[in-house]
Design a protein around this ligand. Sequence first.
Ligand code: NDP
Ligand code: OXD
Length: 312
Amino acid sequence: MALLFQSTFDRPDWWADELSARIAGLDLRLWPEAGPPEDIEFALVWKPPPGMLSQFPNLKAIFSIGAGVDHIFADPELPPDVPITRVVDDRLTAGIVEYVLLMVLRAFRRLPDYADQQDRGEWRQRAQRQAFEESIGLLGLGVLGRAAAAQLLGLGFNVLGWSRTPKPPEFLPGVETFAGPEGLTAMLGRSRILVCLLPLTAATENILDARAFAALPKGATVINAARGGHVAEADLIAALDDGHLAGAVLDVFRTEPLPAGHSFWTHPKITVTPHVASVTDPRSVADQVAENIRRVRDGRPLLHLIDRRQGY
Ligand code: NDP
Ligand code: OXD
């Protein structure tokens, strides 16, 4: 069996070391040096070029190097019946939680305002709410949304969360949950800080649009650590420029790297980070790749299999 590694971002040598330590006799091929296409049984990928995966007639599983799989579904020639798995990993989750806490606290404690004051040499103590007076809305209550919710609750915030399917009260004690389009509007109306941790699918693309921004309270901050395709870019700029939104923190973009000259780079109310909210660490994630290879061989169910119908 051969495992093909392809990534526009991750270091193949790190992955080769970690995988070789776990899979005896590993035959690892590094894209584009795949060798004979019929050799490839497994593909470990990040943003595969369109048409790449359909070249391998014996492909048995596609492993996403990240938690998201939208980069795989972007391939119009994606083989229809090959199972796709994603990363679920404590270290990846910890990274997202750190990022969410950092950016929520930054907005809550008004650091952008104090940075502006410092630029002007202005000493002014602004009104500060208490955490229990601040409502944080989470779009997505999956692995990452739930972990962020738990830590935000621990800081005393009022935490709201939205998902596709309704959740029972015991799902996330202390979090008020919402579902469906009506639930979305209701939650947005109360979210002074909104954090997007949704997968990018046909149903969630452009979900952060003019309507969503208008539904947020005046002065709200939007934090997007999910995918650039969630944001209707012109609508975001308009909502910032007309003063309805106080700020936006963006880690992900429709085109990455964010192109030089893009207005997000220089907008005074936008904070840009280069898709670093969390990064897959092969030292922990190689275990689940190796285990899934064993599971395919043994005919057992795969870990972290995604639902192709839902797209996540
Ligand atoms: P999960 O699959 O565990 O959770 C997804 C959540 O989104 C679920 O609660 C799901 O609802 C909800 N959801 C999906 N579709 C809809 C919809 N149409 N309407 C409302 N809710 C919806 O994903 P993770 O938490 O593991 O990851 C989320 C995303 O975070 C990834 O897909 C990836 O794009 C992004 N990410 C970004 C990183 C970065 O560095 N910036 C790092 C890692 C991930 P339900 O519970 O009903 O299924
Ligand atoms: C992921 C990501 O999906 O890094 O894991 O964005």
